[in-house]
Unconditional design. Structure first.
Length: 271
């Protein structure tokens, strides 16, 4: 076997992590390696703001009858964030999600009406307030500054997610303002320690603590997926961001998708 192939094989073997090794990891070790995967401490500290622009396509998944193209604009400065998705359709002009550093804001699509995704983010204000939305695309990503968030992280082990082994971290905000129980799971890729997925699940319970089985709310999910990573100014960031909203009532299931492709990223352009 050529020397180069031997080296590649040895590298692959050394980089593989057994389930036993994975179980010994701590969330602190995972977060530290995750931060290194984004960039050096110097490169991370050098970025105070970010402007990312690209395209978005909205689609209805179950029947595949709706596909609407549009544009995407993401702005962030510290913990302040703004996501704008624009569509040139009278029946659906787009979305706007904002955290101004103090409060979360979600625009209506029509007077008094929000989309299912917008309603979820509006009612579960911690998602925007904690800086979870958008993952490492935003300077507000809470794993960059856990001391300020004072959230609770727990390492749940190596989990199989759609055929892939991923580290699962559960994230519990210090304060909960929304109704029900919001479960937040962050998924980290073992080989690269990149954050590639977040799943939000809302559970409503009766007064006695039992789950309201059979209601729409017990099966309401929002999922974010990230891939197509690229280096920009020394930082490795995802160029593909996908939202999935899913509701699974017995008679009328619903699954919606917002597929965002980032074309340009500029740093420190916001004042």
């Amino acid at each position: 076997m050529p020397a180069l192939n031997i080296l590649l094989l040895m590298s692959a073997l050394l980089s593989a992590i057994s389930p036993a090794q994975a179980s010994k990891l701590t969330w602190q070790e995972i977060v530290a390696k995750h931060l290194e995967s984004i960039g050096s401490a110097e490169a991370r500290a050098a970025v105070q703001s970010r402007l990312a622009e690209g395209t978005v396509q909205f689609g209805e998944i179950i029947f595949g009858t709706v596909k609407i193209p549009g544009t995407a604009e993401l702005l962030c400065q510290g913990r302040k964030t703004k996501t704008v998705l624009r569509f040139s359709q009278p029946q659906y002009r787009g979305e706007q999600f904002v955290f101004d550093g103090k409060a979360s804001q979600v625009a209506t699509t029509d007077p008094g009406t929000r989309s299912p995704l917008g309603t979820f983010l509006f009612e579960q204000a911690e998602i925007l307030g904690e800086g979870l939305l958008g993952g490492t695309l935003f300077t507000s990503w809470p794993l960059l500054d856990l001391k300020e968030r004072q959230a609770k992280l727990k390492y749940e082990g190596l989990k199989k997610v759609q055929g892939r082994d991923l580290y699962e971290l559960t994230y519990t905000p210090k304060k909960r303002t929304g109704h029900g129980e919001l479960l937040i799971s962050l998924y980290i890729e073992p080989k690269t320690f990149r954050h590639i997925r977040t799943v939000y699940r809302l559970i409503l319970r009766y007064a006695d603590g039992s789950i309201k089985e059979g209601t729409d709310e017990t099966t309401e999910y929002v999922e974010e997926r990230f891939d197509d990573f690229a280096v920009v100014d020394g930082l490795t960031l995802p160029k593909h961001w996908e939202f999935l909203y899913r509701k699974e009532p017995v008679t009328q299931p619903q699954e919606l998708q917002w597929d965002i492709r980032i074309r340009t990223v500029r740093h420190n352009v916001l004042q």
